[in-house]
Design a binder for this molecule. Structure first.
Ligand code: NDP
Ligand code: 13P
Length: 327
């Protein structure tokens, strides 16, 4: 696999930081963004409005159309919100025109109606990519990676050779990549940890502290485990970087948008108001329903995740979470 040009879809904070990381390594990057206002700002200033002291590397070219974005590309990286992936693939498919190339998803979510992971949605919509989609997931705040703070991220996919080569592409300071053959387990962990982070935020909003959040994470990990394993994921992935590692990061850090959304809910704000105040996407608010429905469908006992669902989706009082924890 000889890679020179990589396309990154989504110039949000994580997409831009990934593009920068790869550009600094010497890859030529085509960065595509669908939101015209953001595209125009990036093109005009080369600075990202949501990342401090961040100027796009000269190896990054902004691409306004999908045709331009995929031209000469040897790898695609998806960093758009998970719920927009299916429609996005419908636009991308005719443009790829049967082309086969490795695809990496850095998005974290589970589709509501189908319970499919982002890689599975990509492969379903663009069948020639089946076996070529990999997940890139682990504890990695874009804002910390942008500052050069070290982290470890899993690259997971069904083809060991492709995973090895892709891990090499992404591996360089401050990111150490770790290879995995359990894409499902990695993607489920990455999606469910966002719901766990909302739960931790709710506790913050109520005024409870790190002690209570640590108890929540510990109990919720069993629920993450049971759901993931029921879908064919491995136990070892649940307790690896994308599950446990990312649950600790997002549940405990003030940076996490999912945790911040939960905090607003815990303070009594409605979901709509909480979303507005957080401003940017909080994937957990979309995944909470799919996670809940999946647990019900499989008759799994998931009291912590159910309580978060009741608060987020039904507007229940936040005390249901304390009750679920046994307080
Ligand atoms: N930020 C982080 O630290 C990390 C984020 N992630 C994951 O990465 C993904 C992106 O997050 P992040 O970059 O932080 O979020 P941002 O809100 O900063 O960016 C989201 C990106 O998705 C794009 N998008 C939204 N809707 C559509 C659509 N209909 N079609 C095409 N593109 C669309 C956005 O465009 P627009 O500007 O129009 O909204 C934007 O480029 C999420 O799944 C998140 O969980 C993973 C690890 C770390
Ligand atoms: O997934 C993330 C870090 O690994 C980002 O989490 P938030 O979306 O909650 O900020």
């Amino acid at each position: 696999m000889n890679i020179n040009r990589i396309t990154v879809f989504g110039a949000g904070v994580w997409g831009s930081v990934i593009a920068q990381h790869l550009a600094k390594k010497g890859y030529k990057i085509s960065l595509w963004e669908h939101y015209k206002d953001l595209f125009d700002i990036l093109e005009k200033t080369r600075k990202h409005p949501n990342i401090e002291n961040f100027e796009l590397n000269s190896n990054i070219e902004l691409k306004a159309t999908l045709e331009e974005a995929v031209k000469d590309s040897e790898m695609l990286v998806f960093v758009i919100s998970s719920k927009s992936v299916r429609n996005f693939c419908k636009q991308l498919k005719p443009i790829l025109n049967g082309k086969v190339l490795p695809v990496v998803s850095a998005s974290k979510g589970i589709e509501d109606s189908t319970f499919k992971t982002v890689c599975e949605v990509i492969e379903e919509e663009i069948p020639q990519l089946t076996g070529y989609a990999m997940s890139f997931s682990g504890p990695s705040f874009a804002l910390e990676v942008a500052k050069g703070i070290p982290t470890k991220i899993l690259v997971a996919g069904p083809n060991a050779d492709l995973v090895k080569k892709t891990a090499k592409v992404f591996n360089s300071s401050p990111i150490i990549t770790v290879e995995s053959d359990d894409r499902r387990g990695v993607e489920y962990g990455g999606a469910i940890k966002n719901v766990v982070a909302i739960g931790c935020g709710i506790l913050d909003g109520i005024g409870d502290g790190a002690d209570t959040k640590a108890a929540l994470i510990t109990q919720a990990m069993q629920e993450m485990h049971d759901i993931t394993v029921s879908q064919g994921g491995k136990t070892e992935s649940v307790y690896n970087l994308s599950g446990l590692g990312d649950a600790i990061l997002t549940g405990m850090s003030s940076i996490s948008r999912n945790r911040r959304l939960g905090e607003k809910l815990g303070q009594g704000l409605s979901l709509e108001e909480a979303r507005k105040q957080v401003g940017t996407i909080a994937e957990g608010a979309d995944s909470v329903n799919s996670v809940h429905n999946l647990a019900r469908k499989n008759n799994l006992k998931t009291p912590i995740l159910d309580a978060v669902w009741q608060i987020v989706c039904n507007g229940e009082d936040k005390d249901v979470l304390l009750k679920a924890l046994g307080f």
